[in-house]
Structure formats: C-alpha cells, structure tokens
Design a protein around this ligand. Structure first.
Ligand SMILES: Nc1ncnc2c1ncn2[C@@H]1O[C@H](COP(=O)(O)OP(=O)(O)OP(=O)(O)O)[C@@H](O)[C@H]1O
Ligand SMILES: [Mg+2]
Length: 345
C-alpha cells in the first residue's frame, strides 16, 4: 500500500489571519471615523473595548477550531489506544480526511491501525504456539503415564517390563528434545544468541555430524555417501551443528531401509555449499511450502517422531548467520537440501 504523508494545511491559518485582520481593520475604521469627533477618553475606552472584543473573538475562534479539528480526533485516538491497552486488538480507525486533506492525526490513526493489526497477529501466533506446545507435550506424557502405570503391575513378564521402560525412556527423550528445541528457537527468535564467528573447518564440522548419525543410519540400514571438502570459513560451530544435525536427522528419518544419504560440501566462489540428498519418501510441493514453519509435520506416519521444529530452527539459524537454504524434492524419489553459507563476513 502506498504510504500517505500528512500535508501541512495553510487554509486554517489563512482563515484565522483574515478573522483577526477584519477585527483590527474594524477598530481602525472606528478610530478614524470618530477619533476627531469624540473626546480622548471616549476614544480610549472604545479602543479598550475593541481590544477586549478582539481577544474574546480570537479565543472563541480558537476554542471552536480546536473543538472541531483537535479534541474530537484526539478523543477518537484516546478511545482507540485505551481499547488496545486493555487487550482489544480489533480496533481500526477511519482517518477523518480524504487523501488531499490528509493530516498528521490521520497518519497517527493509520499507524495505530497497523500497530493493532500487528499485535493481533502476534496474539494469534502466541496462542497457536501455546496450543502446539501443549499438544506436543500431551502425547509423550500420555505414553509415560500409561506405561508407568503398567510397570506397577508385578505380574508383568520381564521382557514386557523392558519394553515399557524403553517406551517411557523414548517419550522422555522426545519431551526433552521438545524443550531444548523450543528454548533454542526462542533464543534465536529473540536474538538472545549471537553467532560468534571464528575461522572454522566446515568439513570437520560436517564430518562430526555424520559420525553422530552413523549408528542410527546403520541400525536402519541406510548408507552414507560423503564427498566433503575441507572448506574453511568464518562461522559459528554451534549454528553449524544445528544446521547439519537437523538436516542429517531428517535424511535418516525419512529414508527407508536400503536407501542412501549423500552429503557433499564444496566451495563455490565466496560460498560454501552443503548438500544433503536422500533417496527417501520425498515430499509434495504443498508440504515443501510449509516445512520451515514451526511444528509443521508433513507426513502423518512420521508424526510420532519429532515435533516439527528441526527445519524451523535450521532456517532461523541460517537467517541469523546469513545464508540461504533451498529444497528440491519429489514424492517417493527423495529430497535434496542445499545450504549456501558465506565463507567470509
Ligand atoms: N529429508 C526429508 N524427506 C522428506 N520429508 C522431509 C525431509 N525433511 C523434512 N521433511 C518434511 O518436513 C517436515 C518438517 O521437518 P522438521 O525437521 O521441521 O520436523 P520433524 O523432523 O518432523 O521433527 P523434529 O525435527 O522436531 O524432530 C517433516 O515432518 C517432513 O514432513
Ligand atoms: Mg527434523
């Protein structure tokens, strides 16, 4: 929307000027007409009375002028800010003037409208966030409660007890990951963690992540293929870890047994390019459009694993350190996540 600018209006001042000029002229005419005929005292009193009338007229003009142009509008703005302050963000004010006579009050009203709209958006995000976190907490808590009460039964065979204990441990793990990710995301969003950039071997950081997921991949029967160059860059290791770990975790999670995850790191101009390609389930364009949203999980069959925060974290971390992430994917054929990071500041 084109931003309108308040215009300085001369009309009010011109009217005001002519009103005062007319009164002064009237006093002057009275003086010229009767100055020679009347006594000095009568002229003096007439002048005094004229000045009083003039002052009263100016005060009245100013009073009504303010009443019409300022007080009414200020009251409207005051009522709106009062409603916003008490939590009603649905307030919208109609500017009093059309485009050509747009003044500073109209501009304040439009700014307040924008502020109320932003606040209501934030309120929606906040309540959605609380609903999502509560939902994500509820599922593992229910698992813990059910299996823990099952464990209280002494007649339960040892192997079933072991299964229950493992389920409790996995649910607790999921809760812990949720809390860690929510805290990390919150800190990133509120700029409470800053990247501390130092000369880092990106290849080393990527290899460390690969090692971390090797066990999980092996258990699942997923193979890793690595083509990792030694690329050095000014980077923050903590941020790199968030990016690599989440991309590899997804690649392993969404690739079935016998599949391959290929990781490559190359230097291209002033960028380091990390590619994580898998031969997994892939995703539709519709899913691809939302994967960086908080709590979004595309495939219902994977909904019990993770909380849909991994890629939101990756995106935020890349935004903070300066870079970009893109994804190429086709359902049932696999996905390729490409991260481009600047090697210098
Ligand atoms: N490599 C991939 N292949 C197919 N789909 C993927 C891939 N990576 C992400 N997705 C889709 O994007 C969604 C969001 O991913 P994200 O990493 O944010 O959440 P998650 O892995 O489900 O949970 P979390 O990361 O919190 O453990 C996934 O649920 C999945 O639908
Ligand atoms: Mg993930």
């Amino acid at each position: 929307m084109k931003k309108r600018r308040a215009r300085f209006s001369f009309v009010g001042y011109i009217i005001y000027f002519f009103a005062i000029a007319a009164l002064v002229a009237a006093v002057f005419i009275v003086y010229r007409l009767f100055g020679k005929v009347w006594s000095a005292a009568a002229v003096g009193w007439t002048m005094f009375a004229s000045i009083l009338v003039l002052a009263l007229a100016c005060t009245l003009i100013d009073y009504f002028w303010r009443k019409l142009t300022v007080e009414k509008t200020v009251k409207k703005i005051f009522d709106a800010t009062d409603r916003i302050a008490s939590g009603d963000f649905s307030v919208r004010m109609e500017p009093s003037h059309g485009y050509t006579r747009y003044n500073a009050y109209d501009e304040i009203m439009e700014n307040l409208n924008r502020m109320a709209a932003e606040l209501s958006k934030t309120e929606v995000l906040r309540s959605d966030f609380i609903a999502n976190v509560s939902h994500e907490i509820k599922t593992p808590l229910a698992v813990i409660r059910n299996y823990a009460s099952a464990l209280c039964d002494d007649r339960l065979p040892e192997d079933v007890k072991k299964e229950c204990a493992e389920a409790v441990s996995a649910a607790a793990e999921r809760l812990s990951a949720l809390v860690t990710n929510v805290l990390k995301l919150n800190k990133l969003e509120h700029q409470q963690i800053f990247p501390v950039k130092k000369e880092t071997d990106l290849g080393e950081a990527v290899r460390r992540s690969v090692l971390e997921f090797e066990d999980a991949a092996e258990k699942k029967g997923v193979f890793f293929e690595c083509d990792i160059d030694d690329v050095s860059a000014l980077a923050d290791e903590g941020f790199l870890e968030i990016i690599c770990n989440n991309l590899l975790s997804n690649a392993v999670k969404f690739t079935p047994e016998g599949g391959t995850v290929s990781i490559s790191l190359k230097k291209s101009g002033e960028y380091a390019v990390l590619k994580v390609r898998d031969t997994g389930c892939g995703m539709t364009a519709e899913t691809g459009a939302h994967i960086f949203d908080k709590f979004y999980q595309g495939d219902a069959s994977h909904a019990q694993e993770g909380n849909g925060l991994g890629l939101a974290l990756v995106k935020k971390a890349i935004d903070v350190i300066g870079g970009e992430i893109t994804v190429e994917s086709e359902p049932k054929k696999g996905s390729c996540f490409i991260v481009r990071l600047k090697t210098e500041i």
